[in-house]
Design a protein around this ligand. Structure first.
Ligand code: GRF
Length: 203
C-alpha cells in the first residue's frame, strides 16, 4: 500500500512509520511527505530515507480552499491508498476531507473527545486529570472529531510538567500509529456511517 504523510514539524511519528515500513512491520511504503512548513524536520527525515519531500507553502494561497485544492492535486500524483496526518497543523476544508473519506487518519494527543485542538497536555494538567493520552482516529470535516480507532493512556503525576507529559505521550504515539496503519493496510479497518470498524467489529 502507498501512504502519503502530511507533517508540519518534527516528524517523530513519520519516522516511526518509515522505520516500520523499512523493517517490514508495515506492508506499505511512504510514497511522499508533504509539509506546509519549509523548516519542518519531517521533510529532512523524508530526504534521509529517499522519500520525495514536498514543501507546499500555505502563505502563497489566498484561501484555505485554494491551498487544499493544490494539496489534493499534489497528493493525487502519488496515488496513495492512505493519507496520514502526523502533526499537520492545518484545518482541512470539507471538500478535501470528503475526497479522502475513510482513507485519512490523524493522531491527536488527548483522550478524545476530551481536549480537541491545541495545548492538550497543559489542559489535562490544568483540569487535574489523573490520566491523559493519545487517540488515533479517522478524519472527518470537524476538527479532531472523527471516529476513534485506538487510544493509549498515560498517568499524569503530581506537579507534572507539560513537556515531560508530552514526551511520555509521544512514546505511546510512536507505538500505536504504525499499528493502526498496519490494520488499515491489511484491509481490516474501515469507516462507515461515521463509525470505525476493525475486522467488522465497531470500535
Ligand atoms: C504529536 O504529538 C501528535 O499527536 C500531534 O502533533 C505531534 C506531532 O509530533 N498531532 P511529530 O511531528 O510526529 O514529532
Amino acid at each position: 500500500k502507498s501512504i502519503v504523510v502530511l507533517v508540519s514539524g518534527n516528524g517523530s511519528n513519520l519516522q516511526a512509520i518509515i522505520d516500520a515500513c523499512a523493517q517490514q512491520k508495515l506492508p506499505a511504503n511512504v510514497s511522499a511527505v508533504i509539509s506546509n512548513k519549509a523548516d519542518a524536520y519531517g521533510l529532512q527525515r523524508a530526504k534521509n530515507a529517499n522519500i520525495p519531500a514536498v514543501f507546499l507553502d500555505h502563505s502563497t494561497f489566498t484561501s484555505r480552499e485554494d491551498y487544499d485544492r493544490q494539496l489534493l492535486a499534489e497528493i493525487s500524483t502519488f496515488s496513495p491508498d492512505l493519507i496520514v496526518l502526523a502533526g499537520f497543523m492545518r484545518i482541512l476544508s470539507p471538500d478535501f476531507v470528503a475526497h479522502f473519506e475513510g482513507k485519512m487518519l490523524n493522531i491527536h494527543p488527548s483522550l478524545l473527545p476530551k481536549y480537541k485542538g491545541l495545548h492538550t497536555h497543559q489542559r489535562a494538567i490544568d483540569a487535574g486529570d489523573t490520566e491523559h493520552g493519545v487517540s488515533v482516529h479517522f478524519v472527518t470535516a470537524a476538527l479532531d472529531d472523527g471516529p476513534v480507532i485506538l487510544q493509549s493512556k498515560v498517568p499524569v503525576f503530581a506537579e507534572q510538567d507539560p513537556e515531560e507529559l508530552a514526551q511520555r505521550v509521544q512514546v505511546q504515539e510512536r507505538q500505536m500509529y504504525p499499528l493502526v496503519i498496519k490494520w488499515f493496510c491489511q484491509g481490516r479497518l474501515l469507516m462507515k456511517n461515521n463509525k470505525a470498524f476493525l475486522d467488522g467489529n465497531e470500535l
